[in-house]
Unconditional design. Structure first.
Length: 533
């Protein structure tokens, strides 16, 4: 900044521009303050760098301790992983067992509901219960067989009784005794003296009588037994029918037909028995798997996780905890210092803003110094003339837009104070002004003249404008455009004078002064009507 100030003072001295001593002293004071602030900021930055270095060292030590801890716990992690796998397997088996138990309970509940509708309760031992029902069924079948045999015996006994009745009638007809003893006590007649048919009948009757007595005794015993069993069966049937009626009244079925329609068939019962057997087998397998998992878990728990003793591990853990605590304390101290540094940085924001403002002022003066340039002011004059020329080009382009929309003026990039023509009909191609035709040159010159009059109108009043020739190079359309522009200027209060030999202008200009060539070169004379005296 001191160098820039010296350059500025030299430039002002060369241009006879005095520099205020107070401003120079203010700049010097600001420079001193900036230097002090910069030195303080650099010192704080050095402290921050040192604190960051110590923080990195502390973090490195903490990371080493953490790495050592991870190495020591790696074996334990592996053992924990195996233990976790065993526990997950045990949990899976437990869930499977629970699922099997739930399915078994559902099947058991469904079977209990079906048995309840039949008047039975679910037994604790299904196998014994089924065997008892099978024995009852076989006993019922045997009773039915005995009942059929008894019925046949009764039929045979009836036949024997009928035959005995017939024999008794025949015996009575011949005057014989009515009992077996009496028959035995009768004297035997000579076969030759009695009837042969009667003897045969007596023998048959005695044989049948004996057989009938034996069979009758047997049948009477069987009948008594069957009657007792029949009475028991009837009583059980009555009770079963009563229970059935009560159960049907409590059931959701309207009658026996609806109940039988809702009952399961034999294939469904077989499927239910097979499903129950599968559930029982799955339950047994799940219990076996759970037992194996419990044994594996107990074996894993009994194995040591590391070869080191518990005292060594406790000592290592205590050392790591101490190192971790120290690292955390150091980290807290460094964080506090970083927070203080952030607060100091916030406090320096105002100073930094002042420095930036001074730098902006310096950039402005430096830019002005670059524009002023040399001591003779040629560079600055060229810059000022360039600004004026830009303004003039802007005004001329506005006039050209009214005169001819094809061309625009612009400053040549190579020469700061030179003009070029931009042809909008040729993709904004830049052309030299010397390449314009006579009519185009006249229009550009007219636009520049009109723009120049607009440029200086705020400083001086230009009431008259004289144009010498140039109209002869214009075609009819361009001539009309130029004359319309001049009429507009005339209507605004300006006096327009035109020197031309174009005949078409005579019809457009009401006020004229006509001049005729005289004899010889360079001699002209006014028409007589314009002469004075």
């Amino acid at each position: 900044m001191a160098q820039w100030l010296a350059q500025w003072q030299a430039c002002c001295a060369a241009s006879d521009w005095p520099v205020d001593a107070v401003d120079a002293q203010a700049i010097a004071d600001a420079q001193a303050r900036h230097a002090v602030a910069l030195e303080a900021a650099q010192q704080q930055w050095a402290e921050i760098v040192q604190a960051r270095t110590r923080l990195d060292e502390t973090l490195s030590a903490w990371q080493q301790a953490e790495q050592a801890e991870r190495g020591a716990l790696q074996q334990r992690a592996l053992s924990d992983k195996d233990l976790q796998a065993a526990r997950e397997r045990a949990d899976e088996l437990a869930r499977h067992l629970q699922q099997q138990q739930s399915q078994h309970a559902e099947a058991e509940a469904a079977l209990a509901d079906q048995l309840q509708t039949l008047g039975y309760t679910l037994p604790s031992d299904g196998t014994d219960w089924l065997q008892q029902r099978a024995q009852e069924h076989r006993a019922w079948q045997a009773a039915q067989a005995r009942l059929q045999a008894l019925t046949a015996s009764e039929s045979a006994l009836k036949q024997v009784a009928d035959m005995a009745g017939e024999a008794a009638q025949r015996w009575a007809a011949v005057g014989a005794p009515g009992t077996r003893a009496e028959v035995g006590a009768l004297p035997r007649e000579d076969p030759e003296s009695g009837s042969e048919d009667l003897a045969q009948a007596v023998e048959q009757a005695e044989a049948l009588w004996r057989a009938a007595e034996n069979e009758l005794a047997t049948l009477q015993g069987m009948l008594e037994s069957l009657q007792r069993r029949h009475a028991e069966v009837q009583a059980a049937q009555v009770r079963a029918e009563q229970d059935w009626v009560q159960a049907l009244s409590r059931s959701p079925f309207a009658d026996e037909t609806a109940f039988r329609a809702a009952g399961m068939g034999e294939p469904e019962r077989e499927a239910l028995r097979a499903r129950l057997a599968q559930r029982q087998q799955a339950l047994a397998e799940a219990n076996a798997l759970q037992t194996a998992a419990d044994a594996a878990l107990a074996e894993l728990q009994s194995q040591p996780l590391t070869e080191r003793s518990a005292e060594d591990l406790a000592a290592v853990m205590a050392q790591w905890e101490a190192e971790l605590t120290l690292a955390q304390q150091q980290q807290g101290a460094i964080a506090s210092r970083l927070q203080d540094d952030a607060q100091r940085r916030d406090g320096l924001q105002a100073l930094l803003a002042q420095i930036q403002a001074q730098e902006a002022d310096h950039d402005l003066w430096q830019h002005l110094n670059g524009l002023i340039g040399s001591a003779d002011g040629a560079k600055y004059r060229k810059f000022a003339q360039g600004l004026t020329l830009d303004h003039l080009v802007h005004l001329a382009n506005r006039q050209l837009g009214r005169l001819h929309g094809r061309y625009r003026l612009g400053r040549r990039s190579a020469g700061e104070l030179e003009l070029e023509v931009i042809d909008t009909w040729q993709a904004d191609a830049a052309r030299d002004t010397r390449t314009l035709s006579g009519g185009e040159s006249f229009l550009v010159s007219l636009a520049l003249a009109l723009a120049l009059s607009d440029l200086v109108s705020h400083k001086a009043s230009i009431d008259s404008l004289f144009l010498d020739e140039g109209f002869g190079t214009l075609d009819g359309e361009t001539l009309e455009t130029a004359l319309d522009a001049l009429d507009t200027l005339n209507a605004s209060g300006k006096t327009i004078g035109i020197i031309s030999h174009v005949e078409a202008l005579k019809e457009r200009i009401p006020v004229q002064i006509r001049v005729h060539k005289g004899v010889g070169l360079g001699y002209s004379a006014l028409e007589r009507r314009f002469s004075v005296g």
